[in-house]
Each structure stands twice: as structure tokens, then as C-alpha cells.
Design a binder for this molecule. Structure first.
Ligand SMILES: Nc1ncnc2c1ncn2[C@@H]1O[C@H](COP(=O)(O)OP(=O)(O)OP(=O)(O)O)[C@@H](O)[C@H]1O
Ligand SMILES: [Mg+2]
Length: 203
């Protein structure tokens, strides 16, 4: 099988005593749009910060087209064709004008902050991701609205507590509810119990 565009193997990242990434394994194929999902604090931003050279990893390996790389800065990652757009940056408001074809990078990463974007900005981001596919880029799309992710990605990867716990979810063959269960790690019964506990405590 061909090497993926990006492969991250056994990535660990500790911030002091906080283990943000615990042996995370992740890959992105050429011309693939990957949705990266997970609850708050699951490690999504840390994984892409490591991939984009913004923070150093504690241990593990990153390969670009099978070649091992060692990113010391974001410019090292950009030189390998990896570019990140933080969705709380000024750039995001321009995305609905911008098109991915204007990006030189092979992989465009979009990381949405927890607070939601406005409707116009959101539509801009979604059409930008679609344009990334049309122009043959690869893309990692992090968004808190699962429905948005379902609309635009080829494959869904879920992180939980610093690990990738599912990396082959086809949005065309899966429901949002099933993915939510993977994100929370809860069974149907646990979800029902959690809901009824909430009802009990709130009266
Ligand atoms: N600079 C930092 N210093 C200390 N701990 C950090 C730092 N950045 C992240 N963490 C911790 O690492 C873990 C993973 O955080 P991360 O921001 O990667 O999660 P996330 O999946 O992007 O969450 P969100 O959906 O809220 O954006 C969390 O426990 C977080 O508190
Ligand atoms: Mg984040």
C-alpha cells in the first residue's frame, strides 16, 4: 500500500504532569479530507500543534510521504507542505473569499475554537473545505459541530483522552449518534443512565 501523506506514530506529549497525547496514531492520505473529533480536552489541538511544528513532541515519530521529519518550528512544517489555519484567527473571516487552490501546501489544517463561529464564517469554512477537496489538497478539519464535519469529510477520526480511539469512520455509513457514542465512550445504557441522573439531580 502507498505511504500516506502524513503518518504520526506513537505520539506522546506531556505538559508537565498533563499527558495531552498518549501513544496517538494518526494518518492522512493524499487528497483526503479527515474530520478530527473528540470531546473538550481530548487532544485534538495538541495533535495538530505537534504536526504543525507549533509545539515539540515528547516522543514518537512523524513521517511525510514515508520520510521521517523532525519539526522544530511551524516554518519546518510549512516547508514540508503542512499549513494550519486557526479558526479564531483573522484569516478565517476571509476563507469564504479565499479558496484552497491558492494554498501551496499539500495539507491544510483547520482548527476551530470551542466558541462557535457565526453563520457566515461557518459557511465560509465549509465551502473552503469543499474547495480543498476540489483542488486536490488534503485537509484535517476540527469542528465542534459534528453535523458540519459529516457534511464535508471523507473519513472521521475520534480522539479520547489523548488517544485515537477510532480512525476509520465513514460518514456515509455511520450516524451522528454512533459517532457521539464513540466520542463519549458511552454505551446506550450509560447514555440513558447519565440522562436520567441529570433529571434526578435537576428535579
Ligand atoms: N499549554 C498547555 N499547558 C498545559 N496543558 C495543556 C496545554 N495545552 C493543552 N493542555 C491540556 O492537554 C489536554 C488536551 O488539550 P487540547 O487542547 O489538545 O484538547 P482539544 O481536543 O483540542 O480540546 P478542545 O475541543 O477544547 O479544543 C487537555 O487536558 C488540556 O488541558
Ligand atoms: Mg482544541
Amino acid at each position: 500500500m502507498a505511504e500516506p501523506l502524513i503518518r504520526m506514530a506513537n505520539i506522546r506529549k506531556s505538559y508537565g504532569r498533563v499527558q495531552a497525547l498518549v501513544d496517538a496514531n494518526f494518518h492522512v492520505n493524499e487528497k483526503e479530507i479527515v474530520g478530527l473529533l473528540g470531546d473538550n480536552g481530548a487532544g485534538k489541538s495538541t495533535l495538530i500543534k505537534v504536526l504543525s511544528g507549533a509545539v515539540p513532541l515528547t516522543s514518537g515519530d512523524i513521517f511525510v510521504r514515508g520520510k521521517k521529519v523532525n519539526f522544530r518550528s511551524t516554518s519546518d512544517a510549512i516547508a514540508e507542505g503542512i499549513e494550519t489555519i486557526y479558526q479564531d484567527s483573522a484569516l478565517v473571516t476571509q476563507l469564504s473569499i479565499a479558496r484552497a487552490m491558492h494554498f501551496d501546501s499539500d495539507l491544510i489544517i483547520l482548527d476551530e475554537p470551542t466558541n462557535n463561529l457565526g453563520v457566515a464564517e461557518t459557511q465560509g469554512v465549509l465551502s473552503f473545505v469543499r474547495s480543498a477537496r476540489d483542488s486536490g489538497h488534503s485537509c484535517i478539519f476540527i469542528a465542534h459541530n459534528i453535523h458540519h464535519v459529516f457534511q464535508v469529510v471523507d473519513r472521521i477520526v475520534v480522539m479520547r483522552r489523548g488517544k485515537v480511539v477510532a480512525d476509520d469512520i465513514d460518514p456515509k455509513k455511520t450516524t451522528v449518534a454512533e459517532v457521539e457514542r464513540v466520542i463519549t465512550g458511552m454505551s446506550d445504557k450509560e447514555i440513558r443512565d447519565a440522562i436520567s441522573d441529570g433529571r434526578d439531580s435537576h428535579g
